[in-house]
Design a protein around this ligand. Structure first.
Ligand code: TIU
Length: 230
């Protein structure tokens, strides 16, 4: 069996066509000053540490022509998909839709809503726009996963206990085999990240697996590269 060395036990690898790297919300709005993350009172500089790790994973997936899914948390310009409760929650300095230095906060198409340049999607890659924390909420994510016959999701991105964990739980309930890559996810609260890692893999992997980037890279090296040479 080809598997990723993982916790709480080895994660069996499927056919290359069935696995996807899911990079959640690596947007300027969460990583740069004056975006949504900072408007909520967070120290956004903490999230940058995972960028080189994600670049390495992205390159390895692209080299093998494995599926990469990018997500963006965003809302329509008219805010029709933004529940009023979400807009007022926390009484932020700048609310969703307000104009900030990077354009309107968390609005699709605005400069601040873009994925950071270091992880920019290729034109042919799948970018899922989502109005909620979870990727399944009011999106076609499940339909698209089914159509593409994807069954195994390797989750990364920000923030671990909010959008990443919500998406992982939603995917687990729908029958997907989910693995959270430990050093490719970050939180504004390191202790919340650690708690998330422990809670998803507790009870025999009640929500899924966790593994390091090194172990993921070692395992996916079994998949052929586009040129046939790794
Ligand atoms: N605030 C926070 O930790 N996260 C979010 O609002 N969205 C995501 O996690 N992407």
């Amino acid at each position: 069996m080809v598997a990723i060395a993982a916790q709480p036990y080895a994660y069996p690898l499927p056919a290359a066509s069935q696995i996807a790297l899911v990079i959640i919300d690596m947007q300027r709005d969460f990583l740069e000053a004056a975006g949504f993350g900072e408007s909520l009172g967070n120290d956004v500089s903490q999230l940058r540490a995972i960028v080189p790790t994600l670049q390495t994973l992205l390159a390895a997936f692209r080299e093998r022509q494995l599926t990469v899914i990018h997500t963006r948390e965003c809302h329509r310009a008219d805010l029709a998909d933004c529940p009023p409760a979400k807009r007022v929650r926390g009484n932020p300095r700048l609310r969703i839709g307000d104009r900030g230095p990077m354009g309107r906060i968390l609005i699709t198409g605005e400069p601040g809503n873009a994925i950071i340049p270091e992880l920019a999607p290729l034109p042919e890659e799948w970018v899922l726009e989502k109005p909620g924390k979870g990727a399944f909420c009011r999106t076609d994510f499940e339909t698209q996963l089914q159509q593409r016959q994807l069954t195994h999701l390797l989750l990364t991105g920000v923030t671990t206990e909010v959008c990443v964990q919500t998406t992982m739980r939603e995917a687990n309930d729908r029958g997907y085999e989910c693995l959270l890559i430990e050093d490719a996810t970050a939180s504004y609260f390191p202790e919340f990240k650690q708690a998330t890692l422990e809670m998803v893999r507790a009870q025999g992997g009640i929500v899924g697996w966790t593994a390091t980037t090194a172990d993921v890279l070692a395992a996916i090296a079994r998949y052929p590269t586009a040129t046939g040479v790794s």
